[in-house]
Design a protein around this ligand. Structure first.
Ligand SMILES: *Cc1c(COP(=O)(O)O)cnc(C)c1O
Length: 420
């Protein structure tokens, strides 16, 4: 599509947007002038679906009415509550039902999965991660390495970047795996990097890493709900993601977890166990010996918090209705439009470090202002734009297809131009 720079063009795109009605299903925060903010921060915390309140209130009412009996008598009984999320979650990440579960939070899940899937030996003990991975992932990985008695200075392996580049080239990833693969126990990559917005070719990476005998795990915090995923076909061994970013389930809400079918029945894998991962038929016999549920559910530890899970249900119902394919189609167009308007301003003032190829990015663009980036960020925030600043010099903006419009992008760029 050829884009145009005028305001009517943005309005025209909004009028013909088949997903336009979803915008109204969300609560849009207000700026101090009383107008809605331009919210471009769904990569950090998604907006609240209006339906969340009713979903959570249902559980409060059932708790009020039934007390402990709510485990069986609630409208959506709490005992199997997480199962209400299984099908929509599986569809979202391209998995079979038994390959996914919703539990805990993201970093917790990464640790639990590494307990099972990072099995270092003196010959093969390294973990390969992208450059500038999210800090929590770096801490988690380094602490796992130390926990097993290895030295992070040696075993923590970052994909190198070329001089003057901030994103990775597939050929370099392939080279690295070819060269160091025999010493790499685990490849753990962010599916979409939080800083640059680069979306990796996860299928190809799995294939290359498996060829070298490495285990492959993905952190999909910035990918789930942003880009279409096919975790089963891409052959990841495991994956984890949070649900408060693109999945709009509320601050600190629950995380998802994927374990490939081929590991479903593996009782040989070490794992940290808890009663919610125990065989459902015998859980309440309260016996002393752990028997894992086959599949991802076997990694659960605790009975889950129902209130945040209710919020996640509200959000997943919307996602499932809209469908990831339609969302991706709009997302590509929305972000291309943003890229077009930014390019129009000109690289001497502003550019972006996110890959320019559509298949290598999701909705986020990481903007770099030629000078005084922080001042520009502060000024656009003051004028009612919600996005974020990431040291040293990036303004992350993420137009989300569920609730952002083309007019949002148009107004955002107008504000940006006025402060540059
Ligand atoms: C947001 C994010 C996290 C946050 O972890 P929590 O355990 O949910 O606090 C971790 N890793 C990545 C890559 C993220 O983007």
């Amino acid at each position: 599509m050829t884009f145009k720079t005028d305001r009517e063009f943005a309005q025209h795109l909004d009028t013909s947007d088949p997903l336009a009605r979803y915008r109204d299903l969300f609560n849009h925060p207000k700026h101090h002038d009383g107008n809605p903010v331009i919210y471009l921060c769904g990569n950090s915390l998604g907006l609240q679906p209006k339906s969340v309140r009713a979903y959570v209130e249902q559980e409060l009412a059932d708790w009020e009415a039934h007390g402990v009996e709510g485990h069986f008598r609630a409208k959506h009984p709490w005992m199997p509550y997480h199962e209400n999320l299984t099908r929509a979650t599986a569809r979202l990440v391209g998995a079979q039902a038994q390959e996914v579960v919703v539990m805990n939070s993201l970093t917790v899940n990464l640790h639990l999965l590494m307990v099972s899937f990072y099995r270092p030996t003196p010959q093969r003990y390294k973990i390969l991660i992208e450059a500038n991975a999210f800090p929590s992932d770096q801490y988690a990985v380094k602490s796992q390495i130390s926990f097993h008695g290895y030295d992070p200075a040696d075993a923590f392996l970052e994909l190198p970047l070329r001089e003057g580049e901030v994103t990775h080239r597939m050929a370099d990833i392939a080279d690295m795996l070819e060269r160091e693969g025999s010493q790499i126990a685990l490849v753990l990559l962010g599916g979409v990097n939080y800083y640059t917005g680069q979306f990796f070719d996860l299928g190809q990476i799995s294939t290359l890493a498996h060829k070298q005998g490495c285990v492959v795990g993905y952190d999909l915090a910035h990918a789930a709900g942003n880009v279409p995923l096919q975790l089963h076909d891409w052959d990841a061994d495991f994956a984890a993601w949070c649900s408060y970013k693109y999945l709009n389930s509320g601050p600190g809400s629950l995380a998802g977890c994927f374990v490939h079918e081929r590991h479903a029945d593996r009782q040989d894998l070490p794992r940290f166990a808890g009663w919610w991962g125990h065989d459902k038929h015998t859980r309440f016999k309260m016996g002393p010996d752990f028997q894992a549920i086959p599949g991802a559910e076997g990694w659960q530890l605790s009975n889950p918090p129902i209130l945040p899970m209710a919020a996640l249900r509200a959000s997943m119902d919307i996602f499932d209705e809209a469908g990831m394919e339609a969302l991706r189609e709009k997302s590509i167009q929305l972000t291309n439009y943003l890229a077009f308007l930014v390019d129009e301003i000109g690289p001497e003032k502003i550019s972006y470090i996110t890959p320019h190829e559509v298949e290598s990015r999701g909705c986020q663009l990481s903007l770099v202002v030629a000078s005084e980036g922080k001042r520009v960020y502060d000024a656009i925030s003051e004028r009612g734009v919600v996005c974020d600043w990431r040291e040293p010099d990036v303004i992350r903006v993420a137009p989300v297809p569920l609730y952002n419009s083309y007019s949002d992008i148009y107004h955002f760029v107008e504000i940006l131009k006025s402060v540059l």
